[in-house]
Design a protein around this ligand. Structure first.
Ligand SMILES: [Zn+2]
Length: 222
């Protein structure tokens, strides 16, 4: 039990209260209070506007609001830098569970997480976009694809402006066994949508697959 507690601390990451049976990482009340964007209900939502300059796509949404002091941001920080990969999966499960009944996944055959450069991934020990996708997959039953690769080492984007980010991402991804995605609905998945440059460039790498239909889902959006 002690070891299990170390693996899964039994306190809420947001309020510090003891978790109830069946709750993981965040208590029911805090989870309920994380602000949702409800973008999936809007015909042309702000995330879709950001992505409009890239390859054609069917739908896009980000589930939570992200700002530096938001509860979603503090959870994302924990799973990115404080080694809680299974929290990314848990949040994917929440997002998948909430969006599934809305029909947002209609036409989606494959969930494709954003690829991470292998050295960076080895250093972190996991790819948080993939962990998030695993949770979405567990909630929806949609399989995860392995059809995206990076072409070079990553340089950090955090302090870059949007034009620089765009340049930094050009040609960063390539399709891997793209033929597996022929005539499929492919949902590109990442943790946070900032300018949309990463998502659009991932779509650039996949857009020439015959008959592909692109969707996007991120956990949170700025
Ligand atoms: Zn709480």
């Amino acid at each position: 039990m002690v070891i299990l507690d170390m693996l899964f601390p039994r306190k809420c990451h947001l309020c510090g209260e003891e978790l109830a049976e069946g709750e993981r990482f965040v208590c029911g009340l805090c989870r309920y209070r994380i602000p949702r964007t409800m973008y999936h209900t809007m015909p042309l939502n702000p995330v879709e506007e950001k992505l409009a300059g890239g390859p054609p796509f069917v739908r896009a949404t980000s589930h939570f609001f992200y700002s530096h002091d938001s509860s979603a941001a503090s959870l994302i920080y924990d799973f990115k830098y404080n080694c809680f990969p299974s929290m990314a999966r848990e949040m994917g499960y929440w997002v998948g569970t909430e969006l599934l009944p809305t029909g947002f996944f209609a036409g989606v055959d494959v969930l494709q997480p954003i690829a991470m450069d292998p050295i960076r991934q080895a250093r972190r020990g996991y790819n948080q976009a993939e962990m998030f996708a695993r949770g979405v997959s567990a909630a929806t039953g949609i399989p995860i694809g392995d059809n995206l690769r990076t072409t070079r080492r990553h340089t950090t984007q955090t302090r870059k402006g949007s034009i620089e980010r765009e340049k930094n991402m050009k040609g960063y991804f390539k399709a891997y066994h793209g033929e597996e995605l022929t005539d499929k609905g492919v949902m590109i998945i990442d943790d946070v949508c900032t300018t949309g440059a990463t998502l659009r460039n991932a779509a650039e790498a996949l857009k020439d697959v015959p008959g592909i239909q692109i969707f996007y889902l991120t956990m949170a959006a700025v």
